[in-house]
Design a protein around this ligand. Structure first.
Ligand SMILES: [Zn+2]
Length: 167
């Protein structure tokens, strides 16, 4: 997926997540949307930096890179929500485009993709992006409603867990 697709995906996802987390349509919803939109868009732009540094769809399209973005809020208390943008970038590349991504780079260069994808220049690219985003939101909503209340700030979850086990 190209830059346009990733930004569209991130904007729609952030807007939708704001309503999933704060469904009351009040100031809390607006505040959540504002709080998460910019970090998610920045995260969604990051992986394609490997078009200039490293090898595209390998160097910055891997699970270890996602792990680094999950670690920042926990270890340093910054970059909250950026991981969501990185994750949604991977999902869009895997599901929405023809070529896969090297999830296990640098251990393996094998690229994982799904046959659902369209070429980035396809006239259906925007439609695929919107559908992928809608499915992502449905998954987030289902988890939030039926499994566990989502707190997208992993640093809060980590400090709660640390308090729970007494460290
Ligand atoms: Zn990419």
């Amino acid at each position: 997926m190209n830059k346009r697709g990733h930004v569209l995906n991130a904007l729609l996802l952030a807007l939708g997540l704001g309503f999933v987390i704060e469904p009351n349509l009040g100031m809390a919803t607006a505040r959540t949307v504002a709080e998460i939109t910019v970090p998610i868009v920045l995260g969604a732009l990051f992986p394609d930096v490997d078009t200039a540094f490293g090898r595209h769809r390998k160097t910055l399209h891997s699970l270890p890179v996602l792990g680094i973005f999950l670690a920042y809020p926990i270890v340093f208390g910054n970059l909250q929500y950026v991981w969501i943008g990185v994750l949604t970038h991977y999902v869009l590349d895997v599901v929405g485009s023809r070529r896969g991504i090297a999830l296990f780079h640098p251990l393996s260069d094998t690229e994982y993709g799904m046959p659902t994808g369209v070429t980035t220049s396809s006239k259906y690219a925007d439609l695929v992006t919107v559908i992928v985003t809608a499915v992502e939101l449905a998954v987030f909503w289902a988890i939030h409603t039926y499994v566990v209340t989502l707190d997208l700030d992993v640093s809060a979850i980590a400090s709660e867990a640390a308090a729970g086990i007494g460290i």
